[in-house]
Design a protein around this ligand. Structure first.
Ligand code: 5GP
Length: 120
């Protein structure tokens, strides 16, 4: 599968759609989820055209990966959720129900998050 430049996050990166930006640097953009599941729910995305975690982990440069992880940690601290705790997840592909085909990390916080998945 090749990267689809019409996906909604590509449009956000091109400035075609407004978003609640909370962080930006050379490699990373983070903004508030339009449909938040917790009091704090932000999406952290690389600026490069990577469709999934799998793609990003294989193809991104070391500089992009380092920038991404460092940014995520800084965002949690800046949003004030580091001390009480937070969760980061990436939905990858069909079984994870990934909806937007541009790699993104969800960051959830601001309440007790319970268990990560329901038992089957
Ligand atoms: P996924 O299921 O792909 O991991 O999650 C996609 C996320 O993107 C969802 O939580 C959804 O609410 C969010 N989302 C979809 N469209 C938009 C949008 O236009 N703006 C923002 N800020 N978030 C969006």
């Amino acid at each position: 599968m090749s990267y689809d430049p019409t996906n909604i996050f590509a449009k956000i990166l091109r400035g075609e759609i407004p978003n609640g930006t909370v962080y930006e640097d050379e490699h990373v953009l983070a903004f508030r989820d339009i449909n938040p599941q917790t009091p704090t729910h932000v999406l952290i995305i690389p600026k490069g055209a990577y469709e999934s975690f799998a793609d990003f982990s294989r193809e991104a440069s070391d500089a992009e990966i380092v920038a991404f992880v460092r940014a995520a940690g800084k965002i949690a601290k800046d949003l004030g959720i580091e001390d009480d705790g937070y969760r980061v997840i990436a939905n990858n592909g069909r079984d994870a129900n990934q909806e937007v085909p541009h790699f993104h990390l969800h960051m959830f916080g601001g309440q007790n998050l319970g268990r990560i998945i329901k038992p089957v």
